[in-house]
Design a protein around this ligand. Sequence first.
Ligand SMILES: Cc1ncc(C[n+]2csc(CCOP(=O)(O)OP(=O)(O)O)c2C)c(N)n1
Ligand SMILES: [Mg+2]
Length: 392
Amino acid sequence: MWNIQRVLLPLSGVASKLSLATFFPSSSRLFMPSDIAPPPTHSDSAQAPINADLTKEQKLHLYREMVRIRRFETTSLQHYQAGRMGGFLHLYIGQESVAVGTISLMGEHDHVITAYRDHGHALAVGMSMDECMAELFGKGTGCSKGKGGSMHYFDPSRNYWGGHGIVAGQTPLGLGLAYGLKYRELKGAAICFLGDGAVNQGAFHESLNLAALWNLPVIYVIENNGYSMGTSQSRSSAYPSALAQRAEAYGMDWEVFNGEDIYEVRARTQVAIDRAHNESRPTLLEIATYRWEGHSVADANKMKYRTKEEVERFQKEHDPIQVWKARLLKEGVATEEDLIAINKEAQAEAEASAEFAKSSDYPEPESIFEDVYWEVDQQTDAGQTGRHFFND
Ligand SMILES: Cc1ncc(C[n+]2csc(CCOP(=O)(O)OP(=O)(O)O)c2C)c(N)n1
Ligand SMILES: [Mg+2]
């Protein structure tokens, strides 16, 4: 809690007292929250119909998709460090079960939109490693023609609407997707991912308000990986309870659960999808997860706001791929050799995608003005007269 004396003391001239502890009373813990732990998983998630009905092949598919994301990203990291990519690279390693679990539930009219940590979601919706890797290399064969980079993957043909760099900027857009579904009377949901650092942005709260007010089929998924950019959740959010509890202010359903077990992710997310499809009502989910790498690869302070022990604990005990692997072995779905083979295939696919990216051409300089406004590219009246953009 704020202590008024601690705040006033520095103002009365005792500048030496002005330390982080003044503003963050237990700052040492806030800097190093090495006690963070995911919530327990529900014991009945594996038996939920959506999971009980999974075939052996579907279970292996979930494993393959998570491993593909991991191999894609470790390969991209090597090429980033070799100086072959410009811009930032935000890795999703450690969070794979969230994208793969939620997106595995998507039907024909379900749509996805996310922030800049977008590689996992893109591969999970079915975008190819080639187009994703080439985008990182800035090549014309990339999914955004090499002009978007890591943070701006797009594929509307797969109901995948980006890839957004402005924190929470995707949240009103996700609302618009849901509005479009309702307007067209389609039975679908807009799944909008955001980070724990986006929950205090005004645009997000405006979106929650409209989602509830207009009963829109949107599912906001907070991927709570414990940290935003160089800071922990406890240093950035005043409200000490669940981030998703903010939904109560808008009369919206919400839930918090553990994201490391893909059964759990699927079982709990399906409830929100059913609510969107059948009742056209929004949900705010908070999925506890963990990012292994720095905020981006260029995060020089990545070990200053958390401990090495904490990172290693999550890597050893909460790796979603290892958790799922253990399940598959226990259920007799696969042997150790089967899973090694899947890893090798994914590694080969990732390496081939890097070769594809390297040998692709950069976009032509003249194309820099293309793909900015649809109206201009399509030469519509508005695109030619500019009236669409400026009232005259
Ligand atoms: C409006 C805005 N403010 C600040 C930034 C700089 N910024 C980029 S990422 C980030 C942290 C977001 O953290 P979180 O939402 O938890 O997502 P994560 O990186 O953990 O996936 C910040 C502050 C930005 N991109 N946009
Ligand atoms: Mg975060």
